[in-house]
Design a protein around this ligand. Sequence first.
Ligand code: NAD
Ligand code: TYD
Length: 355
Amino acid sequence: MQTLFITGGAGFIGSALIRLLIAESGWRIVNIDKLTYAGNLESLGAAGHDQRHIFSQTDICDRAALDALFAAHRPAGVIHMAAESHVDRSIHGPGDFIYTNITGTYTLLEAARAYWSCLNEPGRTSFRFHHISTDEVFGSLGPAGMFSEETAYDPRSPYSSSKAASDHLVRAWQHTYGLPTLVTNCSNNYGPFQFPEKLIPLMILNALAGKPLPIYGKGDNIRDWLHVDDHARALRLVFERGIPGATYCIGGCNECTNMEVVDTLCTLLDQQQPRADGKSYLTLKTFVADRPGHDRRYAIDAGKIARELGWTPRETFESGIGKTVAWYLANGEWIAHVQSGAYRQWVETNYGARQ
Ligand code: NAD
Ligand code: TYD
């Protein structure tokens, strides 16, 4: 049985990938996660208790701890997605983004390189370091065009510039040291278990609580929505079959304005959980001051991963968002634990002391 390191596996996308890999692959997974506010082991569900899932509460900036993990588990590769991930937080406090996204990626690259350089020839050739990044590194689009693997970098926010820096480090470790790396840049993810600071879960939970739905600016900024389970399938394909040194863009082919997203959510909630007062959730929409430096439009041309690896998304926005609203309505316990902070105690209860 081969071992795979996944960093950030207690986060939104990492937990989706671990659920997929435990259900559908033979990988043994070492989940390396510091458990910041965004890390929630409850999101792993039954996969979190599987014998092929080993959790280590570790900061990716801790080189000694990483070296010990590489020595103990001897992985065949790393999928790196531990990061600070929320643009608004990066505007209010960029320090954690520089620390984790840049210094953390550097530290992990160095630990991986030290381990990889001592492998035998077949092990060095088959090893992969797969770095998960964002389309936000490409900047902001006007009304036409799409981001692709050829698009020049032009990040605008503290978050996207820290991710861009980490992408450059990963490519430099490939060009300079020959570490077999892969980079994927994906669009906005949505789906179950997303922390309610991001647009879609924030709007669903605010609506259910009868709170205002804060729409930045005019609500006409555009994002390309990718269901997290489609993304997880794409990540598995790239990790297992991608060409070392290559980049793949992953998008949902689902461009919507923020207003369209909020209107859709309100309409679905009106159908699935009508308000007691008979009013529509649409009445909760509230325009607020715009995000500083708010990128206008993101859209991904996912043609390369379709042509080379045969991946296309299974969910349309219509199918995926309906399931997502239904999931939030059916998973009150997960939401209550996130809102009360009880999810933070879950690791001690279920995993005992730090491993
Ligand atoms: P998330 O915020 O839900 O999870 C991040 C995880 O990383 C958490 O479990 C957290 O505890 C962990 N972490 C943070 N700092 C750490 C550190 N120093 N050491 C170890 N673990 C640490 O993020 P997500 O939405 O799951 O995103 C995962 C990756 O995908 C990130 O790299 C992000 O930049 C990228 N991405 C996300 C989206 C999206 O829409 N969510 C889109 C494009 C790219
Ligand atoms: P977000 O989920 O934070 O993702 P990102 O900034 O990485 O794209 O935001 C998605 C879009 O929704 C973005 O254009 C900002 C907007 N937005 C709001 O209008 N109101 C909100 O409360 C939030 C969190 C986001």
